[in-house]
Design a protein around this ligand. Sequence first.
Ligand code: ATP
Ligand code: MG
Length: 398
Amino acid sequence: MKINTLPQEFLDARPALKRLEDAGFEAYFVGGAVRDMILNKPIHDVDIATSAFPEEVKSLFDKTVDTGIQHGTVMILDYGEGYEITTFRTESTYTDFRRPDKVTFVRSLEEDLKRRDFTINALAMTHTGEIVDLFDGLLDLNKGIIRAVGDAEVRFTEDALRMMRALRFSAQLGFDIDLETQTALQKLAPNLEKIAVERIRVEFEKLLTGPLAAKSLQTAVDDRVIKYIPGDIDLWDLSLIISDLNDNQAHSTRVAWVHLLTRSELSVKEMNYFMRVWKMSHENAKAVTLIAPVARRIKSISKFELYQVYSYQEDLLEVLHLLQTPQKIIQSVKRVFDTLPISKASELAINGGDLQIENLVQPGPKMGRVLKIVENAVVSGKIENTFESLITYVKELK
Ligand code: ATP
Ligand code: MG
């Protein structure tokens, strides 16, 4: 197959491939970008694979960074956009379940494509648009099938993460998992327990944000993968979550987590434990603990509670949408955000210093309490946010 009109992302990277070829090496576009181009999906990173060894790559370009040189990856910055160029390589098994014990650089494209996970990810393309398809990846792309390159059991034994990847590509692309690949997945799912949580999380987050997350989660339940990933999700009542996930897509990992945990029956304490187990980023964990309790009780939420998640309002609104909250309620939540007199404490017309100068409160724990009361009164609309009215209010408080 030949692609006649290459998308701009590939045209921009062409000079890099040409330079490698002019120096006598082979060079190809590989991986996700080739797959997504054929599927007419947006293209993310354009990855390049070459027969040149890392030192040879470095000698051919002016600006390079050793982003992953021990694995054969050099980033080149000669063309504005940075491109990762990776030497053809083979991998040995992953004893520590994190990275291959040893990568060996090779000169053969075939060897490199063979070590890739799925046939749809094992396509290569020359800079003229000629597709190299050694494992019937085009056929599987056409049929919508995720199939391991080679013997699925061997490939999942080498690296168990590939099972999570099968599920996440299925969620992102809506593809079915080939029967033999799925049988291997059912058999080897327990190996996932040994995989570093950070690696699983990356794939699970992509699964959760995929348009077919529900279908993939159901597969994870049916094939018992869910038992071997962090957090004891298998103990949840997932049927409701899955049925409601249908035709709903979270647009960020943060929203996906908030949504999932809002629907879970975990208490805030249990959520915190869950998020620690998953080693979630601090920002995402904070968002979950703030948003989920509000989203759960949205029907009886106070203005002040909404005010406290002011900076998360977009995420909250998206989560409410995913929770299929009635439009009437979503609109009234929006209205509260739009009409709040202040969005944060620093917008109060007085501060601690003013209270001290006015001789109303001295610094100390009491100061914080008084300011909280003032903040609450302003947010709930009891008093106007002006210096005079707030001072009067504090005087009355005393
Ligand atoms: P995305 O668009 O999500 O980045 P991708 O296919 O580019 O999808 P990456 O994780 O970026 O996925 O990996 C790039 C390529 O490297 C894959 O297409 C695949 O060929 C190969 N690959 C990545 N991880 C593995 C793995 N664990 N085992 C085998 N091959 C892998
Ligand atoms: Mg990629």
